[in-house]
Design a protein around this ligand. Structure first.
Ligand SMILES: [Zn+2]
Length: 263
């Protein structure tokens, strides 16, 4: 069919959907906001003060999702692959061939090192901080440790309440949004209910260990969600608590990292 006035915009829209496929997105806006809002709550006074100065009074929640949009602009196109670390089924977390353009773990470690170096000017420090607060959310997003072969679940087709979706998308947003219609503050109120002994266990280790945990979770999800799965209420019930836990862990660990940087 020759494009006419009606089909042409549809073609453009379809092309846009391909180009902007959510490969480098994660959690959706809500998940990143929740992660950063949990972290903000657990910042020590000193860290809060210093971050406040670096971000000119804006909060880490304000910047939580900025990198997902920035990565689609020419200025920050170099960060496009920084949101995930894909690992094929025949690889392990340890021996996976890394993307030469960067991956989430390498990018997190680089931002932490840069922020700790004390050599950044204010603008560079703000940029590293904005990247770090987002990427710590991505590190806890299971399909951001998905297979290279299916582009982190983007080519793993399933049905979600009768609609054709891919595994990546339902883990970024659909399960989370179906589970609770909470604002990010309500999310924090509902999931951040643990005590000190539990939380000090959660923040043990470092980004490498936390990434491995996410990878193990992704492996489990692939096993339990074969291509063509028809997912609905039981799936939301099964996985929502896992997502709640990942958001809490991401937030607590981000706070731990920031408290350590801004001691
Ligand atoms: Zn992202």
């Amino acid at each position: 069919m020759k494009p006419n006035r009606i089909t042409f915009p549809l073609i453009i829209l379809a092309l846009g959907m391909v180009v902007c496929s959510p490969d480098c997105r994660a959690w959706g806006q809500k998940g990143h906001d929740v992660t950063c809002a949990v972290a903000r709550k657990h910042l020590k006074k000193k860290a809060r003060k210093k971050i406040d100065r670096v971000l000119d009074g804006q909060s880490i929640v304000y910047w939580s999702n900025w990198l997902d949009n920035a990565s689609h602009t020419p200025e920050y196109a170099y960060t496009k692959t920084w949101h995930y670390k894909n690992i094929d089924a025949d690889e392990t977390y340890e021996n996976a061939v890394l993307n030469p353009d960067g991956d989430v773990l390498t990018a997190i470690q680089a931002q932490i090192a840069a922020l700790k170096s004390g050599t950044l000017d204010k603008e560079a420090e703000a940029l590293a901080l904005k990247m770090l607060v987002h990427l710590m959310g991505d590190l806890h997003c299971p399909m951001h440790m998905g297979h290279k072969s299916d582009r982190g679940g983007n080519r793993w087709q399933v049905q979600f309440f009768g609609n054709g979706k891919n595994l990546h998308g339902i883990w970024d947003s659909d399960i989370l949004e179906s589970a609770h219609k909470w604002t990010f503050s309500e999310w924090v109120e509902e999931i951040d209910t643990g005590g000190k002994p539990e939380y000090s266990e959660i923040v043990k280790g470092g980004p490498e260990d936390w990434g491995k945990e996410t990878y193990m979770l992704a492996t489990q999800i692939y096993e339990q969600t074969p291509v063509g799965s028809k997912l609905s209420y039981d799936n939301v019930a099964r996985w929502a608590p896992v997502i709640e836990r990942q958001l809490l862990k991401g937030g607590l660990r981000l706070a731990a990292v920031l408290n350590d940087i801004y001691r």
